[in-house]
Design a protein around this ligand. Structure first.
Ligand SMILES: *Cc1c(COP(=O)(O)O)cnc(C)c1O
Length: 411
């Protein structure tokens, strides 16, 4: 069996274009498609052929990306959508009805938190924010209307690594679908299928896009019999069994939300997949070296990087994440003023809010991403004024460390 990096370069068939033998997948920049006959059109609409109909429903460039992502993760079905948030919203609109509840942690990507706490709430879907590090608390919150347990694989910016086996065991025992957001690490580091996860989502905008070239999202579906117990999917389960979730999402929710990925973005993300393992390996090496350097500086009060020896989640990182924890490092300095001075004195590292980019960048979360979060919630989310979030990039690690060293020298 070939290594995943070879599979991501060559895809399922080893051929990207049957017609002209182009070595890159063509960008099918079209809204609709020509049918050979009226009969063919009828068949396509009835789902009796795989002819393309309209690019909101399906597009060949996007299909190739979906096939490549299914290879990446060993998922049965992959659906690409217009953003990571489109992936989040499509999943919960497929699963939940009024009166249902879902269980998650308060440590979430900002818009996911807002989707749960505000958008879903208004449709009478209750989101229970619990401590996912406490199995009893998870179990105690499950009832007959619980439709999912949702977790982020590495929370940002808290950098928590859960005991995924413990959470997965509860989800299996209670027959509750388990959903993971793997944006920060991707299937290269965290293998959802082996951990009994039913649905995985991620933002292609991060590592898949190949250095922040485009916005996109993915929903990966693993075979599951849990759909039998979800009232909204009961009918699909009778027809499609373990694919019930994918079928309803693909046929209905995806089309109705109109959250399709553009073929141009799919092309960029296919290119991104060709180098993704290389980039992740280098970024993890760079980040570990950078975290080691920071942990030795006396100007730094605390460094948090899960793969670093002695870090709180080091053992769980070894156990579930192949010893790798991606690009994010939390750095605590003595007060907000020092954080700002340090940021302003960086010469190469950019001040910006993205991560998994080829370029290193840094942000002060308390005054930006969380600027209008009430103090009590900030404390709950472990966001403090002393903390910087550094996203390590692909530059030569000595240049990254030199830049940090000279900026620390100004404090
Ligand atoms: C970036 C991100 C998202 C949202 O992705 P977009 O492509 O920006 O919509 C969701 N979850 C996590 C964990 C993310 O990092």
């Amino acid at each position: 069996m070939r290594h995943i990096s070879s599979k991501l370069i060559h895809g399922t068939t080893g051929k990207e274009d049957q017609q002209h033998r182009s070595l890159k997948t063509p960008i099918y920049q079209t809204a609709s498609y020509d049918f050979e006959s009226a009969e063919d059109a009828e068949k396509a609409f009835r789902g009796e052929s795989d002819a393309y109909i309209y690019s909101r429903i399906g597009n060949p460039t996007v299909t190739e990306l979906e096939k490549r992502l299914a290879l990446f993760s060993n998922a049965d079905n992959a659906l690409c959508v217009s953003s990571g948030m489109a992936a989040v919203s499509n999943v919960f609109l497929t699963l939940c009805s009024s009166g249902d509840n879902i269980i998650t942690s308060p440590y979430l990507f900002g818009n996911t938190w807002s989707f749960f706490a505000k958008t879903l709430k208004e449709f009478n879907v209750e989101v229970r924010f619990v401590n996912l590090e406490n199995p009893e608390e998870i179990e105690g919150n499950i009832d007959r209307n619980t439709r999912a347990i949702f977790m982020e694989v590495l929370t940002n910016p808290q950098l928590i690594v859960y005991d995924f086996k413990a959470i997965s065991d509860i989800a299996s025992k209670k027959n509750i679908p388990l959903i993971a957001d793997n944006s920060v690490l991707t299937p290269y580091i965290f293998e959802s299928k082996n951990l009994g996860i039913d649905i995985e989502i991620f933002s292609n905008t991060k590592f898949v896009s190949g250095g922040a070239t485009s916005i996109g999202g993915t929903i990966l579906c693993y075979p599951s019999d849990k759909w039998a117990s979800v009232p909204k999917l009961a009918e699909q389960y009778e027809k499609f069994g373990q694919e019930a979730f994918y079928k309803r999402m693909h046929k209905e929710i995806y089309r109705n939300t109109g959250a399709c990925l553009s073929p141009n973005s799919a092309f960029l993300q296919l290119l991104g997949l060709e180098t993704i393992t290389l980039r992740i390996d280098r970024i993890c090496e760079n980040a570990l070296r950078t975290a080691e350097f920071l942990s030795k500086s006396e100007k730094v009060q605390h460094v948090d990087y899960p793969a670093l020896k002695g870090a709180k989640y080091h053992d769980l990182t070894q156990k579930f994440l192949k010893g790798k924890s991606g690009c994010l490092i939390n750095v605590e300095l003595d007060g907000k003023e020092n954080c700002f001075r340090f940021m302003n004195n960086l010469k190469m590292i950019k001040r910006g809010t993205n991560f998994c980019d080829n370029k290193s960048m840094i942000i002060h979360p308390a005054s930006t991403i969380f600027w209008d979060t009430p103090a009590i919630e900030k404390a709950l989310m472990k966001i403090n004024d002393n903390m910087l979030r550094l996203s390590v990039g692909l530059e030569d690690v000595n240049d990254i460390i030199d830049d940090i060293q000279q900026a620390l020298g100004t404090l």
